[in-house]
Every structure is written in structure tokens, then in C-alpha cells.
Design a protein around this ligand. Structure first.
Ligand code: LLP
Length: 386
């Protein structure tokens, strides 16, 4: 599946993106959405301009968390009225940008933020549409660092304050309350977690109706659908059907209510691989290291979250099959945590081999850094775009 010919002469490490897989993923999503459902791509997962344009062309909206992301989304062709803007710490210039551009809504995380948005909107003579991000206190079966829906996390407004904050919205002349926003975490593979969120939202909607608040036009359930890091070949497109059906089945939408999703990883994760070259094989008394020219600066997920990315020796696939050997696959960065996998079975591997770190389309290139004065990895695309 990797065009090794095309890779000849390209400086490693680099990201390689399968745009055909992205196209297929986007059509699956579009085929599953009802008229009242809207998918906003979470730009944070990968803001490569070409990828953004392809997603915008498919008609999705954008979920942004900074002024920079709003700009990137607009430049890539996402219409402002399909942009949602979240984040616990929005700067004044970022709020102004959103107001001036006329984005669909601000997902607001606190009363102080609501008041600042109101003041800035008044200055610009605009009205800001807002969804309130409610912390649903729903846990998710995922890595602690990427869980967001518990009271101990910094995100969102406490459920107990929901009614009073909605009432506060109606006192603010330049705020238009249009709905509720939630997000429980990322890399979630258990549909029961999304069911738990649905049931919590049902409970909250009933509470609001009892309180006479009937103005919830939009429900945004965030993103979080996980991907299969162990078997990218077997599961190139995540189970969007199960994900969307879970909400369809358990979330009780009121007539006319619009349902919004903010998926990132599940849309772009499997389309990307980090391609690296083997620099050295080094053996000591207890270990065999496979040292790559890619490191945690190119793909930080293993170092930061203990994340697993499947490693494939592409050059060995073209040679005669050999008995696998165990390698610690590591990078060149001066940090002990610069390790991709330990005791990992690879076919006989040698200097010069090309290696792919799979499922790296989400939170890969975008989280790259220049630590150690390293160069940022470039991106290349498959030639088979429909
Ligand atoms: N909406 C909100 C409010 C979010 O905070 C996030 C992700 C998303 C949507 C998109 O979630 P997704 O569908 O991609 O799971 N760097 C970490 C992941 C951080 C996720 C942050 N928020 C990683 O590499 O695993």
C-alpha cells in the first residue's frame, strides 16, 4: 500500500497521507448524517492545509480552539457559519476574530468568559451566538490525560450552575444562547461512554424544561470516537455507524433540535503515517535498539501518553521473509522518553530501511516540535485522489 518508488529521494522523516482513505472516510460520514446532524472536523487533530481543504470540500464544518485554527479553517474554505469555537482560555483578539468573521457559535466555558464575549460583541456592535459547555461529569474509558468530562477537569461549566448561566445569558444584550456543548474525552472505543453522555444530556434537558428554559436549539456532543491503533489495515475507517447510532438511539432530541459532532482523530487518524529511516541498529547486553531518524519531535504521542503506533519495516516487505527479532524502536532526541515501542517484533532490520509509524494522521504532524533544533517534518500525499 505504500508507494516506495514515490518515497525515493525524499528526505526522511516525513508524513505520508492517504487522501483516498480520507475521501472514503468522509463519504461514510456524509452517508450517515441525518438532516439535523452536523459534523465539525476538530482542526486540532491535523491542520495541514491540504487536508483541511479536502474536508471543507466534503461539506463538513470546523471545530476550532484558537484564533490560529479559525484562520486556518477559513483559509481552507470552511464557511464561517459552520465554525464552532471552543477552549477554556480565549484571548480578546481571538474572540474579536470570531465575532468579525461571524462564526456559528462560541462554546463558552465560564461566566467570566461569557461577560468578556458580551463586552467585545457590544464594542463591535454584534451579537455572539453561544453554546454553553457543560461538564457532564461522565468518565470515559481512555487515557487520563485525554479525559475531559469529569468535574476534576478544567473544562466546562458545572451542571449545577447550568440554569443560572443560561439566565445570565438572557441578561446580556449581546449574547444569544443557542445550545449546549459537551465533550467527554478522546480515543473512546466503548459506545457505552457515549450512551452515558446521552443519558446525562436527557436528564439535563428535562431539568431545563422543568425550569421553563426551552431555547436549546443545538446539542453538541463533541468528538472522541477512537481508532484501531493495533490494526490500521483491518479497520481503516472507524465505526461511525455505531457511534452515530448510539446517539440516535439514546439521545432524546426535541423537535427541530440540531445535533452537532466534533470528530478529529476518527476522521484523519488512519490516513497518516510517519515515514522514517533506520539510522543504526545498536545492540547491548540485554537489548537491540533500532534507532530511527524520526523521534518524539515528529510524533510525541508515545512519549506523552504511552500511545502505541504500529511500526512496519517497509523495506523488509520487499525482501525475503525472516524470523522476527525484538527491537526497541527509538528516536534520536536527547530524552529517555524518546521511544516509540519496546521489545517489538520486526523482521531483520538494517541501516537504511524505511519504516512506517502507522495511524499517525491525528495529533502527529500538528504536535511536532523543533526541540533539539530539529526540522519540522514535511507532508506528502498519495497520488490517487479521486
Ligand atoms: N471537541 C473538543 C472540545 C475537544 O477537546 C476535542 C479533543 C475534540 C472535539 C476532538 O476529539 P477527537 O474526536 O479527536 O477525539 N493529543 C491527544 C488528543 C487530545 C484531544 C483534545 N481534545 C492525543 O494525541 O491523543
Amino acid at each position: 500500500m505504500f508507494p516506495l518508488q514515490q518515497f525515493q529521494g525524499i528526505q526522511t522523516p516525513f508524513y505520508y497521507y492517504d487522501t483516498q482513505l480520507l475521501a472514503d472516510t468522509l463519504s461514510v460520514i456524509n452517508s450517515l448524517l441525518d438532516d439535523n446532524m452536523h459534523m465539525h472536523y476538530a482542526v486540532k487533530a491535523n491542520a495541514n492545509p491540504r487536508i483541511l481543504s479536502q474536508i471543507a470540500e466534503a461539506g463538513l464544518g470546523a471545530d476550532c480552539v484558537s484564533g490560529g485554527e479559525i484562520r486556518a479553517a477559513l483559509e481552507a474554505g470552511f464557511p464561517a457559519e459552520k465554525i464552532v469555537y471552543a477552549g477554556v482560555g480565549k484571548s480578546d483578539w481571538e474572540i474579536r476574530l470570531g465575532l468579525e468573521q461571524g462564526i456559528f457559535c462560541f462554546n463558552v466555558e465560564s461566566i467570566p468568559e461569557l461577560e468578556v464575549i458580551n463586552d467585545l460583541a457590544a464594542e463591535l456592535n454584534r451579537t455572539a451566538s453561544v453554546c454553553l459547555r457543560i461538564n457532564p461529569n461522565v468518565g470515559a474509558h481512555t487515557h487520563a490525560n485525554i479525559q475531559t468530562g469529569l468535574s476534576e477537569n478544567k473544562f466546562g461549566i458545572d451542571m449545577q450552575d447550568m440554569e443560572s448561566v443560561i439566565r445570565r445569558c438572557s441578561e446580556l444584550a449581546n449574547i444569544n444562547f443557542i445550545g449546549l456543548h459537551f465533550h467527554i474525552g478522546s480515543q473512546i472505543l466503548e459506545m457505552d461512554d457515549f450512551k452515558a453522555l446521552s443519558l446525562r444530556i436527557n436528564e439535563l434537558q428535562e431539568r431545563l424544561e422543568t425550569a421553563g428554559i426551552l431555547s436549546v436549539r443545538n446539542i453538541n456532543v463533541g468528538g472522541g470516537l477512537g481508532i484501531d491503533y493495533s490494526d490500521p489495515e483491518g479497520h481503516p475507517i472507524p465505526d461511525f455507524k455505531a457511534y452515530i447510532d448510539t446517539y440516535r438511539q439514546h439521545l432524546h432530541l426535541r423537535p427541530g433540535q440540531q445535533l452537532h459532532f466534533e470528530c478529529g482523530r476518527s476522521i484523519v487518524g488512519q490516513m497518516g503515517s510517519l515515514i522514517a529511516r533506520v539510522l543504526y541498529i545498536k545492540e547491548n547486553a540485554i537489548k537491540r535498539f533500532c534507532i530511527l531518524d524520526a523521534g518524539m519531535t515528529d510524533l510525541i504521542r508515545p512519549a506523552l501518553y504511552d500511545a502505541y503506533h504500529k511500526v512496519e519495516n517497509l523495506s523488509a516487505m520487499e525482501r525475503e521473509e525472516t524470523e522476527p527479532l525484538l527491537y526497541d524502536v527509538v528516536g534520536p532526541v536527547c530524552e529517555s522518553s524518546d521511544v516509540f515501542v519496546k521489545y517489538y517484533a520486526l523482521p531483520f532490520t538494517q541501516r537504511g530501511d524505511l519504516v512506517a509509524l502507522r495511524s499517525a494522521g491525528a495529533y502527529g504532524e500538528i504536535m511536532a516540535s523543533q526541540y533539539n533544533c530539529r526540522t519540522l517534518p514535511k507532508a506528502y500525499f498519495s497520488l490517487n485522489k479521486k
